[in-house]
Design a protein around this ligand. Structure first.
Ligand code: NAP
Length: 326
């Protein structure tokens, strides 16, 4: 495992983290339907290999994800950092304090290592959320403060309203094909803020197992523009090159995708997993000896791919009906 530090702190964090947003999602009718026990095993296998960051959120599975994470780490609490998130509609001062209490209870822990604001909420002054965050740190209920899906200017405003704490991370979508949010962070903050890269495998597309002939069945991916036919075709040259590299290094395509992404010092990839086998593949991706030259080549290839979002968006209602009726 490779490690980096969280923001400007000295906290050591693994470059591969585990994401758990699919836990409980089946009940919502749009999830990938993973078994809870399998995800527990996936978390535990990841930790055995050296992963020490588990990401969840109060919204995932309506709280079920936090409960399952709590169960998975019960006897290994000291080996992991738990990151969870307050949902934007709870992000008022009192709402944040209460949401944190509920998360602590569901996780069955005394302290949340990284508490993140899941999305900015234009209706709630960020200063209120951040005051609550600082209170939680003072009370020892939270160790570090993070944000998610914040633009650099939103992050700056959040930082300015903190009196004694620093924001350590911004969790944004970042994979070879979707780079915009992370890159705007890099250009504004350099390596000072850790970028927690969500959907680092482009929801499974960058594992090489999906194509126009084999699409994922769940609703979330059914409406993701990346899985639109034209976009899938556009990504083929990149995936093909990743396949060649995987063959050369005797590894999986997904490991190439993760290894390339975490080459940058301040990036941690939060990969979603369905079982221990996927967890093991992802956690060991740090061992793939990709050179900087190959990483640059992959980013270069990816930059040449123009993902269309407008047409897939227009098709979304039809896809929704298709997914719900199939
Ligand atoms: N902050 C936010 O707003 C936000 C938003 C989204 C996600 N996240 C976080 O990021 C985490 C990951 O995001 P994500 O699940 O959307 O995307 P992802 O990590 O890019 O993709 C995960 C999916 O890829 C497949 N997969 C994973 N490892 C694999 C392997 N080794 N071999 C083959 N297939 C593999 C699995 O799906 P199948 O096997 O079913 O194909 C898995 O569910 C979430 O759990 C969550 O913690 C945060």
């Amino acid at each position: 495992m490779l490690y980096t530090t969280l923001g400007k702190t000295s906290e050591r964090v693994s470059k591969i983290a585990v994401g758990t947003w699919q836990i409980g999602a089946r009940e919502w009718g749009w999830g990938r339907g993973y078994g809870e026990e399998q995800v527990v095993q996936a978390i535990r296998r990841s930790v055995e290999i050296g992963v020490n960051l588990i990401d969840t959120a109060e919204i995932y599975g309506g709280g079920r994800s936090e409960e399952v994470v709590g169960k998975a780490i019960k006897d290994i609490r000291e080996s992991v950092l738990i990151a969870t998130k307050v949902w934007p509609t709870h992000a008022t001062y009192n709402g944040t304090l209460k949401a944190c209490e509920r998360s602590l209870r569901r996780l069955n822990v005394d302290v949340i290592d990284l508490y993140q604001v899941h999305w900015p909420n234009p209706l709630v002054p960020i200063s209120s959320t951040m005051s609550a965050m600082e209170k939680l740190v003072r009370e020892g209920k939270v160790r570090y403060i993070g944000v998610s899906n914040f633009s650099p200017s939103q992050l700056k405003r959040a930082q300015e309203s903190l009196k004694s704490q620093e924001i350590v991370s911004n969790q944004v979508k970042y994979n070879l094909l979707e780079r915009k949010a992370a890159e705007s962070n890099f250009s504004t903050f350099g390596d000072r803020i850790t970028v927690l890269a969500y959907s680092p495998l482009a929801q499974g597309l960058l594992t090489g197992k999906y194509s126009v002939h084999r699409r994922p069945k769940d609703l979330v991916r059914g409406i993701n523009p990346l899985f639109d036919t034209a976009n899938l075709r556009r990504t083929e040259p990149l995936i093909e090159r990743m396949r060649e590299l995987a063959k050369k290094y005797g590894c999986e395509v997904s490991q190439i995708a993760l290894r390339a992404l975490i080459e940058r010092e301040n990036v941690v990839a939060i990969a979603g997993v369905k079982d221990a086998a996927q967890a093991e593949i992802n956690a060991t991706s740090t061992e793939v000896p990709l050179s900087q030259e190959v990483v640059d080549e992959l980013f270069h290839l990816a930059r040449d791919i123009k993902i269309a979002t407008l047409l897939p968006l227009i098709k979304t209602p039809f896809r929704l009906v298709e997914s719900l009726t199939s």
